[in-house]
Design a protein around this ligand. Sequence first.
Ligand code: NAD
Length: 284
Amino acid sequence: MNVAVIGGGRMGAGIAQVFLATGAHVTVAEAGERASAAARERIARGLRVAEEKGGLARKDGPGDGGSPAEEALARLVTGPVPAGADLVVEAVPEDAALKVRVLAEAEKAAGPHAVLATNTSSLSVGELAAGLERPERFLGLHFFNPVPVQELVEIVTAPATSAETLARAKEWVAGLGKTGVVIRDSPGFATSRLGVLVGLEAIRMVEEGVASAEDIDRAMVLGYRYPMGPLRLGDLVGLDVRLAIAEYLCERLGPRFEPPELLRRKVAAGELGRKTGRGFYDWD
Ligand SMILES: NC(=O)c1ccc[n+]([C@@H]2O[C@H](COP(=O)([O-])OP(=O)(O)OC[C@H]3O[C@@H](n4cnc5c(N)ncnc54)[C@H](O)[C@@H]3O)[C@@H](O)[C@H]2O)c1
């Protein structure tokens, strides 16, 4: 299988790594030579970690062509999207105009056989198809961070996505050993929509003095088996990121996503969570 990944940052490098681990030939298209070298190094590091954990096997038999990580890395090319790719996954920054442009360019380069996918975490997949000649071959593949570890992929179908494209995407996701859930293109897909709603309600509960942040988190961890409470998770994701998603969902889905005043105040005060040392928790 030939896969092209556009953007070899945090997500693109992870996506390239997991496809390499299945034996695919992968091209990573980056913005310039320095970014290409950085992407290659990121992927090489990821492959070495996977190998150390025993999670990587050679795909060309035992042979004597180096370690499993070296063998996988030999199937990686950095450069433009090649003609004849089976799948092109776009993972450039979350900017709709940029994504529309690179997807249209990738469609021309890859040719009529390719399926195109976007790894957007929040933008409308249907709207990202704006520049495509064959929108029926396009859909969302929303991987989670870190890609090699996270099992879920949201497979997001736009109005024009064909049944055949969906079927191929399901097969590829399963081939990665991941679990795909099929979501009709809608703001926040399944995960952000529900996750953010719970997070916002938890903030409103702190605001109303219902319980402390620690106790709300403890209640969900122990009572509902959440791996982590919603407020702690918000601190890890970044409260500025949470606020931006809530504003977007509020605009698209209505006032049930209205960001609480306390969230706005914390962001305005620079209390963004772990990255600034303070959010709902003290991280120092
Ligand atoms: N980080 C996460 O937790 C996460 C999770 C799921 C989805 N996403 C989505 O994945 C996408 C990428 O996020 P990320 O965290 O990997 O960002 P990132 O900034 O780590 O990586 C983006 C990469 O794209 C490259 N790039 C920029 N312009 C380009 C161009 N024109 N052509 C080719 N490459 C270009 C950059 O050099 C960079 O390496 C975004 O849409 C984001 O919303 C992110």
